[in-house]
Unconditional design. Sequence first.
Length: 230
Amino acid sequence: GMGIVFEHTRKSFPDGTVAVADLNLEVKPGELLALVGPSGCGKSTTLRMVNRLVEPTSGVISVGGTDVLSQDAVQLRRGIGYVIQNVGLFPHRTVAQNVATVPGLLGWDSQRTGERVDELLSLVGLAPATYGSRYPHELSGGERQRVGVARALATEPPVLLMDEPFGAVDPQGRRRLQKEFAQIQRDLGTTVMMVTHDIREAALLADRIAVFSGGAVVEQIGTPQQVTEA
Ligand code: ADP
Ligand code: ADP
């Protein structure tokens, strides 16, 4: 696995907003770190600096020991899965084609890609024969979210960034998808940063929880136990 390290990372926007103040944070290889805290405290910005959707103003961020700013951004993103709420599936591509996006970019042959797509759709609870040929508008919100998770995991990226990944899933489906996801994450040893406002979700899935406030981590909690007791 690959670790992620933030050292004195800062992000201010041109309008003067300081989204991330002076962040020092480490995510160990294979660890799932949940970022929690009130709206506007810098969680999404922190996530988006890892895959360079947002460029830090100063400080260093490294993934697997390499400074992200020293890498080609497009190349970097191919190795980092990204799941957001209302996933942004490609509307004119079927479910199977959506999941096959990154394998396609990496030049996998069609047999390997097809097998991987079927495997992943099954893992997230979508029967490939039923769902593979559908288009995103033919799915429920929860089903689209599942496809987003499958798409992000298609090439088994060592690092996965998730921003409210299960937000659109109905409560029953969410619980199941969380468990399925936890299993997949453990099996693959994926390093994960997950933004969530759902403290139960954080307690269920995270190895460690970073509590954000005003662009900084104000507390780190090592075990879910501590959260439930708090
Ligand atoms: P969170 O994910 O914790 O809700 P964000 O990281 O999205 O917080 O935002 C942190 C702060 O930065 C907020 O005050 C937000 O309004 C501000 N912000 C985010 N993106 C931009 C932007 N592109 N331009 C200006 N301010 C921004
Ligand atoms: P949810 O309650 O999860 O939001 P919906 O009520 O949106 O689900 O959809 C219920 C079922 O109907 C889902 O299995 C979904 O795949 C299917 N469905 C929804 N819209 C369409 C459509 N336009 N074409 C085919 N199937 C659809």
